[in-house]
Write a protein that binds this ligand. Structure first.
Ligand code: HEM
Length: 222
């Protein structure tokens, strides 16, 4: 598997960041949903600190992911995908990026305006984004909470779409985001032309594996 994204597949860097971020968001969400009901005490303070440090890690990883995405582009849409589905997928992906930034930033802003300290895993302090302000604290807290429910709804729709493609459309939308043997465009073309790998070795001609190489525009649309 290549590090960089190709015309028909996500590369190792994008895949690793995608799944690492999925795990991180799941952990932050579970902690965030349980910590508010805890009794005041040292455990509660520790778990809040963990939630914040993981949120800051998310902010860093999402920044790296977006920079890599701009540098490495994206695979072309899976062949045969209707235009309206491409548009919805693209809008959903951008909305997910926006929320992955908005959630940690609104949390940081809430933390600052509420007057709480912020440390990264106890290693160093982070600056306040704004001065203490009760009204702004209330607003950013609401944004943080509403943003989470919006993210959850979008993630559920996004994952359902990926599984729908895999189970019912039988295409490579999901598998090209998973590690594994590369089903290359060239190998498919070779198999179709009767040379290269034997037909027993040749990967099944999934729609996306024969998609045309990405044009400059669609390689930059998520
Ligand atoms: C079980 C959960 C998930 C599954 C099965 C899944 C699956 C996928 C797949 C298959 C793709 C590639 C789509 C394509 O090639 O057109 C993708 C892309 C993407 N996923 Fe997920 N995903 C999941 C959870 C998440 C979560 C939690 C987030 C973040 C909140 C997320 C954010 C994204 C983004 C932003 C892209 C677009 C990447 C880009 O264009 O740079 N996904 N996902």
């Amino acid at each position: 598997m290549t590090l960089k994204n190709t015309a028909d597949r996500w590369g190792a860097v994008s895949q690793s960041l995608h799944w690492l971020i999925v795990l991180l968001i799941a952990a932050i969400a579970v902690i965030g949903l349980t910590m508010t009901d805890m009794h005041n005490g040292p455990s509660k303070i520790k778990i809040y600190a963990l939630h914040k440090s993981l949120g800051l890690t998310l902010l860093t990883l999402v920044t790296l992911r977006l920079l890599w995405r701009i540098y490495a582009g994206a695979p072309a849409p899976v062949a045969g995908t209707p235009h309206w589905q491409e548009r919805i997928a693209s809008l959903t992906h951008w909305a997910l990026y926006a929320l992955m930034f908005a959630l940690p930033l609104s949390g940081w802003l809430f933390n600052s305006t509420a007057g709480y300290p912020l440390q990264y895993f106890g290693l160093f302090n982070l600056p306040k984004l704004a001065a203490r302000n009760e009204e702004l604290a209330q607003l950013t807290r609401n944004l943080h909470e509403t943003g989470f429910w919006l993210l959850l709804a979008l993630v559920l729709a996004h994952a359902a779409a990926a599984f729908y493609h895999h189970l019912f459309q039988n295409d490579a939308t999901l598998t090209r985001m998973l590690p594994g043997r590369r089903r290359s465009y060239d190998a498919i073309a070779d198999a179709a032309n009767g040379h290269g790998a034997s037909s027993a070795d040749a990967p099944a001609p999934l729609a996306s594996t024969v998609s045309a190489p990405a044009s400059p525009e669609n390689r930059n649309a998520p």
